[in-house]
Design a binder for this molecule. Sequence first.
Ligand code: UD1
Ligand code: UDP
Length: 377
Amino acid sequence: MKKIKILCVFGTRPEVIKMAPVIRALQGDSSFQVRTCSAGQHRQMLEPMLRTFSIRPSLRLEVMTSDQSPQQVAAKVLSGFEKVLSREKPHLVLVQGDTSTVLAAALACFYGRVPVGHVEAGLRSGDRRHPFPEEGNRVCVDHLCELLFAPTPLAARNLLREGILKKKIFVTGNTVVDSLHWALGRRGLLRPVIEKMSNGSRWILVTLHRRESFGRPLAGIFGALRRIVERRRDVEVLYPVHLNPSVRVPARRLLRHPRIHLVSPLSYLDFIGAMKRSAAILTDSGGIQEEAPTLGVPVLVARERTERPEAFKTGQMRVVGRDPKRIFSAVFRALQKAPSEKSFRPNPYGDARAAARIVQGIRFYFGLSRKKPKRWS
Ligand code: UD1
Ligand code: UDP
């Protein structure tokens, strides 16, 4: 029997982390021929992830330039992907998340009349400015897709409310939890800075990269971090700085302090090691909000809104905004808790079996299975 050709696309670090379990699960099903395309929206931050997950892209677009705008990325992926589609002729394309790569690839598929499946569909903050441009991207992408893999029941409800047909929606859990469980089962050599995190200090892990925070909001958050380490001598900050110059340059300028450790982006296994050893995480990342509940580490989200409120309801996460005073007191409060108070409750974003459900959904779509897979949660 002729195999069904599935083309999995990714352009940035988190897309690789979250698409990897789907690629692996599809490769384990003999009905499918799996092809992979790296758009290369990221370069240095993408390559180590490909190595971690042993992914060798079948195709590469290499679109990244320094200090790029979303428009530049989207334009290059849109035109590059048109050629990829006409050469590859896939039966289905899979995209993950809400980046410029994802929107442009989905749009190219729509114009090329190729069906698209969206992994992590239905996330909504309800405000197009937060996060920007991701909220707008994900709304557009969901309406271009034939298959919508909503990670949680809330995400599925968001899609239904926008008029997307129920038969297209599958509630699967988030594949980030699949990857996290896979990584927790592996041992790697940790960088010295992460080994040092057992030195008796209380460590705050920081990541920040949202476009809507560039400039003053970011400078304000950096100011709050400095005041925290100045006030408490037992606190150290580990901050793997995103390579975007709009983050890297002010971080280097405003965060000079012996107990603030600015490092390059960490490998996935190192980063998980760092999360496990932290007393608290201050971040504006999407994926980290979803990973931290498994590790029992409190997450403070330095954003005005989140599209991932599930952990908020279970008390595993707090949205602290970007006001420096609020951040200062929220971090301070999180540090009052003793390390023994880590709360290990079920992860509300997934159960590490999302990829298998996505493959079942694809089988159902192509008529290889009669029954729609059971929804998660
Ligand atoms: C992008 C996504 C964001 C996602 C994030 C994951 C968009 C609009 N934004 O944001 O949703 O959360 O990736 O990290 O799609 N750079 C490098 N090397 C790299 C990666 C980036 O030098 O490997 C620098 C380059 O100067 C690049 C800049 O960072 O131009 C911005 O990269 P870009 O992918 O446009 O935006 P991110 O902020 O990474
Ligand atoms: N991550 C990593 N190394 C780092 C920082 C983050 O491997 O130095 C991982 C993290 O575990 C999570 C993902 O990258 O899975 C989050 O990526 P990012 O914050 O860049 O993007 P977002 O999730 O906000 O789209």
